[in-house]
Write a protein that binds this ligand. Structure first.
Ligand SMILES: [Zn+2]
Length: 95
């Protein structure tokens, strides 16, 4: 299975598909974007501590892809942010 996500630290974004590096793509927008290097469809999320998560839908597990598509369609930016914060809270509690 190819990498379906990539976490980058600091403000450099690294593409999980092509390993291209670039700056300034991350935002709280959960809608689809593309990698400027390899043009693959992906979604960029920025988190606290300057971490960036890139999700590559075409390589993602099917259930996760359905979930992402649902979130893109049904949730606005604020609702999506609340969802991410909720997941972070659960993830931290599980550590
Ligand atoms: Zn790329």
């Amino acid at each position: 299975m190819k990498n379906w996500y990539k976490v980058s630290k600091s403000n450099k974004n690294i593409c999980g598909n092509c390993n291209g590096q670039f700056e300034g793509l991350q935002s709280l927008d959960h809608h689809s974007g593309i990698c400027p290097e390899c043009r693959i469809d992906c979604i960029w999320f920025s988190f606290k501590d300057d971490k960036t998560l890139q999700v590559i839908p075409e390589y993602a597990p099917k259930g996760f892809l359905i979930f992402i598509r649902w979130a893109q369609k049904e949730l606005d930016e604020l609702e999506f942010l609340e969802l991410v914060v909720s997941f972070e809270e659960i993830a931290n509690a599980l550590k």
